[in-house]
Structure formats: C-alpha cells, structure tokens
Design a protein around this ligand. Structure first.
Ligand SMILES: [Fe+2]
Length: 281
C-alpha cells in the first residue's frame, strides 16, 4: 500500500507562486493508493478558497483522497458545511447536544445562526480496501472554530471510539491537523487526550501537518509497550515561512516491515519548479 501525504495547501492569500498543474502531474506520477491531506487546505476558510482547494484535490488521480480540517479552514462559521460541500461529504460523527463538552463553539446556536447543521466538528471514519487489506482511516478534528490553538473534544472521541470498536479492519491510520507530540506557538492544547486515544486503539501511524515543518518521529511507550510513527509533513503549496521548503511525503508498503519513506522537496528557483527526492527509510 503506497500513500502520498500532502498538507497545508493554503488556497487563498497565502498560496504559493508555484505551478499547481505541474505539481498535480508530479503527484499523479506516483499512482498512490491513498492520498492523505492533513489540513489547512484554505487560508481563511472562505467559500472561494474551499472551491479552489476542492478543484485541486479533484485533479488527483486517486480514488482515495482523504482530507482533514485545519485551523485556517475553521475561520468561518460555515466551515463544516463548506468542507462537506467542496472537500469531503463523508458522514460526520456527531454527538448529542445534551452531553457536557469543553470545546468552544462546538455547537452553534440554531436560533441565532439558522444553520442547517449546528455541530461544527468534522470527525469521520473511512473504511477502504487496498490490495486485500482493510484500512480504517480515522479523521479527528483537532481544531476549534475561530481559534488557531488546537483542541480535541473528549466526548466526541468517546463516540468515535465506540464506532471504531464496532468496525473490523486490518490497519488503522489516524489523520489530524495538529501534532500530538510536538508543540509550537499555536499547539494542540490537550494533546495527551489524543495520545491516549492512539494508545487505546493501538494505532501505529499518525499523520499531521500545521507547523509547515518536517518532523518524522517514532515513539516508544515503555509502560504500555506501544510504539507509533508520527509523521508531520511540511506545507505543499503555501508561501512557506518556516525553515523547510515546500514538500510532500511518499510512503511505500506502509504497514509492512519493509516500509519505504521518501521526502520530496519542491524548490522554486527563478520561476521554475524542481523536485528533489530524498530517501528517508
Ligand atoms: Fe494549521
């Protein structure tokens, strides 16, 4: 099973000056089984930005393109509706409004906002089969409406956990926008809640973005005897402010002992784009 990992596309004011068509051709040349997009597809969560991001993702010649929502995508009261309209219309896992929750703006006031769906978290599961293996892709919304700091809602995780327990699968993959191990100026404030979730479900592969920097780690919990890979990909196509270049990751044979990992940097020099591949594993 081969996977492409892209992140932080930033359609809108922070989108890069690279050639998106050339980039799509390069991404499509890998013929990946799954493409993972770990959020911030837009810069301000506006409808035209969502439409542009959706059009770009539709240009990927892969039938399993899976995106999670990022903090920039959540700068709009209609973010969850726009995500459903332009990015992914999978069934959202909701929770009853009567449950006690801690995430701000998790439920919009129906009487004031008149929204069709007032639950703003975008959590969903996706079961896909690749080469005879059933993959469960667990998409967790680690963002909070109007906030650049991350937060996961424990009550939502509990409902997702129940659904996972009722699903049969060979390999679970967790997608979330924020790092659950690292930190930055706008971190996932209650990351330990998501680490507990990863350990509870024996998840071995976690994919994220957000900081625009590359961080490839493997944890080892000595007490629980559980280890997981934590792959944080830098930005694909924003005007990058971090130390890293624009980039994407390509995983070969993920889930097997002979996993390969290639980092592809995208260099913009004098108006031309160049791809530089580096084998990591
Ligand atoms: Fe972000």
């Amino acid at each position: 099973m081969n996977i492409l990992h892209i992140s932080d596309l930033h359609f809108g004011p922070r989108h890069w000056e690279g050639d998106d068509q050339l980039l799509l051709e390069k991404l499509n040349s890998y013929h990946a089984d799954i493409v993972i997009n770990t959020g911030d597809s837009t810069t301000d969560g506006l409808e035209d930005e969502y439409a542009a991001a959706g059009q770009f993702l539709a240009g990927l010649q892969c039938k399993n393109v899976i995106s999670v929502i990022g903090n920039h995508d959540k700068r709009n009261m209609r973010s969850h509706e726009l995500f459903e309209k332009y990015i992914d219309d999978s069934e959202i896992i909701t929770i009853p409004e009567t449950i006690k929750t801690n995430k701000k703006h998790l439920f919009l006031n129906r009487e004031i906002t008149k929204v069709r769906k007032n639950f703003t978290d975008v959590n969903f599961l996706k079961s896909i089969t690749v080469k005879g293996h059933s993959i469960l892709i667990i998409n967790i919304d680690s963002t909070e409406l109007y906030n650049d700091d991350g937060f996961v809602e424990k009550a939502a995780l509990n409902v997702i956990s129940e659904q996972i327990k009722q699903t049969t699968y060979d390999l679970p993959l967790l997608l979330t926008h924020y790092s659950i191990l690292g930190t930055d100026d706008c971190p996932l404030k209650n990351s330990s809640t998501l680490i507990d979730f990863v350990q509870q479900h024996k998840i071995k592969y976690v994919f994220c973005g957000h900081t625009h920097e590359l961080e490839l780690m493997r944890t080892n919990d000595l007490y629980l005897d559980h280890s997981f890979f934590h792959f944080m990909c830098g930005t694909l196509s924003s005007c990058n402010h971090a130390k890293d270049d624009n980039m994407f990751l390509y995983y070969q044979n993920l889930g097997s002992d002979n996993m390969g990992l290639t980092l592809v940097r995208i260099l913009l020099e004098d108006g031309t784009m160049r791809f530089q591949e580096e084998r990591v594993l």
